[in-house]
Design a binder for this molecule. Structure first.
Ligand code: BGC
Length: 820
């Protein structure tokens, strides 16, 4: 109860400080009193010519003067407003999901909606509800995890409260978009059942709450047809799921805009990549009924969200209020997951000396790269936040240890002897007869290094590298294309980057590696490169290194400290799928070395998703922070020092190795270059681990508190008239301090349903004082217990087993009920 009161206050004060309450202009109110958005849309539509309707769905608002239709102004907004300053950078969506708290995502949707309006936007591209199908996904932090129920429940409150601020939300991306590799062309082969039960399910939950919203169609093809041109997907979205609002394409998606509108695309001209189809071709190509339907949907969505009645204010310079900043901190705390806490190393008991190690300053990552990146403005770095909270009796020392996931400075000519011999080749393989051979002093170019090379070319550099120091060396390649580095015949770095840097967001995305070398001992070096895999028309490569390891100094700092806190990071975002589960660069070596020097080592993972933890058993604590926006530092410090309980739980399973979970074979990720098979069907996330009896590193739903909880006394009651199952469970704080519990309810369906071993059907987050207990209630609908069979939802008659606990693998109580 206290929590609800807090949130209401937070939301209300957030709104009061940023936008005036919405109120219809008097004239509009008089003319439209009582009319539904659809009726008003129809009235307006009746006054429009076909050319005007086409102009509307092309977003050509200049051609609609006199009709009183406000122009749409859009911004990406999953974690705050991209491309703006003076806004609040909130935790990224996977951290939002880790809150397991739909009241908090409601407050977030309202805050971003309010900031969007105050900045002059009336259409915000959020939330993102693509499911984390596998750990490779470069955009996994832009979605809300692997579970459709969790994602849909959180995103539904986010969307509803965002639209209540007088903006249209655009929920993205429909559907089954789970990889960056070949994203604009790959053909996803997925069953109708997995589409409905898994990938479309979050949209269904959102649209059930907010039917008059908009949905962005995804880049890939689904079962042979671009999503933006797929009648089957539009039919699912509009007829089965019941979207009353409009659809938009992801930017530049698909290959035939007239076909897209014919299939069901409504606002075809949203954003860059706009309409290339010749004027009039949509009207003549789709027929008047479809044109009317598209235009009606666009108008109804805009009217329903209040765009006609509440003109946008003049954009303000700074819309980030104190209340929003507090909300960002609160969300980041609630999304922080304590994965391991041996010997109660946390919370830090204000030791005399703390060594902070790793990218903990301005080099700490605050957001996902790409279209969701939000400028954090003035923010407190983790190092500063730890210093601020440590108190005068604690000495905080800092050692860089590792620079984290960054490109390294170019290897200088002085290390490359007389230079490298480079041979250039026509075509993607550096074999056959070269078109030219030269000597170069280093490898560092962002455009063709030689005139006259064909559009697709490759090269091989050979020579010797003479190290100037002994020990661990870091190397990086920053290619637009595919590159490899071998030293003394051993491959040290290899891989592909479509672009060295995605055109949105501030991060490069290098390939990383390490090698142990000896000062003065030359080693043969070979680098290969092709731009065949680069964004068309681009090329580039930098061979970087860091010859002097920062690890020994970090180990020395750790040795003299009571506790070592090591931050590690990984860059992620659009175009940035991961090919390895390992932390990039020298970070695993750093953590292992620090842990060997100090048994009270706490690792802070500032990452977009799971990473391998080969050092897990030698560190005392592991904290998963994701990217917390402007609150990345303050939330971490609050949790480390125990000002706040680590209240987050994992919205994704952490695999024990790269072979676990869905997408573990080339056919299922990244596919064969044309098609990717979602062979796991509905077994995504923990469903896959459960089906195959795999033990993950950390299960879905896991997260420790600084106290402990006991869950018991599960009750079930089926209400046949309402077709709902009410479950209750008792949760008691069995530990020694106040903390947050997330009680989770899972259902196992009857064998005849041929379903996954268990699925999440409820979660409740409660704060309990030491010794206190409460009963939590879950309402499970028949739909939550159904499967999609032969084109319809079915509740299979039989025995249902409901289990409650604190993760998908910690379910101490269960009860059964027979339905149907
Ligand atoms: C992304 C969308 C985004 C759009 C506009 C695309 O690359 O896939 O999620 O809304 O860019 O920034």
């Amino acid at each position: 109860m206290r929590r609800r009161a807090f949130l209401t206050t937070a939301v209300l004060s957030a709104l009061a400080t940023t936008v005036p309450p919405l109120a219809a202009a008097p004239a509009a109110r008089a003319a439209t009193a009582g009319a539904t958005p659809q009726t008003r849309a129809d009235q307006l539509l009746a006054t429009m010519t076909p050319a005007q309707k086409e102009a509307l769905i092309r977003c050509d608002f200049g051609a609609l003067a006199g009709l009183g239709i406000p122009a749409l102004s859009i911004a990406d907004a999953s974690a705050g407003l991209r491309g703006e300053s003076g806004v609040t950078a909130f935790p990224v969506p996977i951290a939002q999901a880790a809150t397991f708290d739909a009241d908090r995502t409601a407050a977030l949707g309202a805050a971003i909606g309010a900031e969007g309006r105050a900045k002059g936007y009336n259409n915000l591209l959020a939330p993102t509800v693509d499911l984390a199908r596998h750990w490779h996904s470069g955009r996994q932090a832009e979605g809300m995890g692997e579970d459709p129920y969790l994602t849909g429940t959180l995103a539904a409150t986010f969307t509803a409260s965002m639209q209540q601020q007088g903006v249209v939300a655009t929920v993205k991306h429909f559907a089954a978009y789970t990889q960056e590799d070949n994203r604009s062309a790959v053909d996803v082969t997925v069953s109708d059942r997995a589409l409905h039960e898994v990938y479309q399910a979050p949209f269904r939950r959102i649209i059930a709450t907010t039917p008059l919203t908009s949905v962005m169609m995804a880049y890939p093809k689904v079962n042979g047809t671009f999503a933006v041109q797929s009648r089957a997907l539009f039919d699912d979205l509009k007829n089965t799921i019941g979207l009353q609002g409009h659809t938009v394409p992801d930017f530049w998606a698909g290959d035939d805009q007239v076909a897209a509108v014919r299939a069901g695309m409504d606002l075809v001209g949203l954003g860059p990549g706009g309409v290339q189809a010749p004027a009039g071709s949509i009207t003549s190509g789709v027929g008047s009924a479809r044109l009317d339907d598209a235009a009606r949907r666009v108008l109804a969505t805009m009217i329903g969200a209040g765009l006609f009645d509440n003109p946008l204010p003049a954009p303000a310079a700074n819309v980030s209020t104190r209340a929003h900043q507090d909300l960002a901190h609160d969300l980041a705390v609630h999304g922080t997951v304590l994965l391991r806490n041996e010997n109660a190393v946390l919370p830090l008991a204000r030791p005399a000396r703390i060594a902070v190690i790793g990218p903990a300053g301005t080099d700490a990552i605050t957001g996902v790269s790409g279209s969701s990146y939000v400028d954090p403005g003035n923010w407190t770095t983790p190092l500063q936040a730890i210093r601020d909270r440590a108190g005068s009796a604690t000495t905080v020392t800092f050692a860089q240890g590792s620079t984290g996931d960054v490109p390294l400075p170019a290897v200088p000519a002085t290390a490359l002897g007389p230079g490298l011999t480079v041979s250039y080749y026509a075509g993607p393989q550096p074999t056959g007869t070269p078109v030219a051979t030269r000597t170069v002093s280093t490898i560092d170019f962002a455009q063709a290094p030689l005139s006259g090379l064909p559009p697709i070319w490759s090269a091989r550099w050979t020579g010797t590298l003479t190290p100037t120091s002994t020990g661990l060396h870091r190397f990086s390649l920053l290619p637009s294309g595919t590159a490899s580095l071998t030293l003394g015949g051993t491959t040290v770095v290899s891989g592909t980057r479509h672009m060295a840097r995605f055109f949105l967001g501030p991060f490069d995305y290098p390939l990383q590696g390490t090698a142990t070398l000896t000062a003065g001992t030359p080693v043969a070096v070979e680098v290969t490169y092709t731009n065949a895999t680069a964004q068309y028309g681009t090329c580039g490569l930098t061979l970087g290194w860091q010859p002097d390891s920062l690890i020994p100094a970090a180990v020395a700092a750790a040795r003299t400290a009571d506790t070592a806190v090591v931050l590690a990071n990984r860059t992620a975002g659009e175009d940035m799928d991961h090919t390895s589960l390992d932390l990039p660069g020298d970070q695993n070596q750093l953590i292992a070395a620090v842990a060997a020097a100090n048994p009270r080592t706490v690792v802070v993972l500032n990452t977009d998703g799971p990473v391998a933890m080969p050092w897990l058993n030698s560190v005392a604590g592991v904290v998963q922070t994701w990217y917390g926006g402007r609150a990345t530092g303050t939330a971490l410090a609050a949790v480390l020092f125990g000002d706040s309980d680590p209240a987050g739980r994992l919205p994704v399973t952490f695999p024990a190795n790269e072979a676990q979970g869905a997408g573990a074979t080339p056919a299922t990720y990244p596919g064969d270059g044309t098609t990717v098979a979602y062979g796991e069907d509905v077994a995504v996330g923990y469903r896959s681990y459960d089906r195959h009896g795999q033990n993950p590193l950390f299960p879905f739903g896991h997260g420790l508190s600084y106290t402990t909880f006991a869950i018991g006394d599960l009750t079930l009651a089926w209400d046949a008239a309402a077709s709902t199952l009410t479950a209750t469970a008792k949760v008691t704080n069995s530990g020694t301090r106040t903390g947050w519990s997330v009680v989770q309810l899972y259902a196992a369906l009857p064998a005849a349903a041929d379903a996954e071993p268990r699925r999440l059907v409820g979660f409740r987050k409660v704060q309990l004082a030491k010794g206190a207990g409460t009963r939590v209630t879950f309402t499970v609908t028949a739909q939550d217990l159904s499967t999609w069979q032969s084109g319809a939802w079915r509740l299979t008659p039989g025995l249902y087993t409901l289990s409650a606990g604190q993760s998908s693998r910690d379910l101490p109580v269960q009860r059964t009920v027979t339905l149907g």
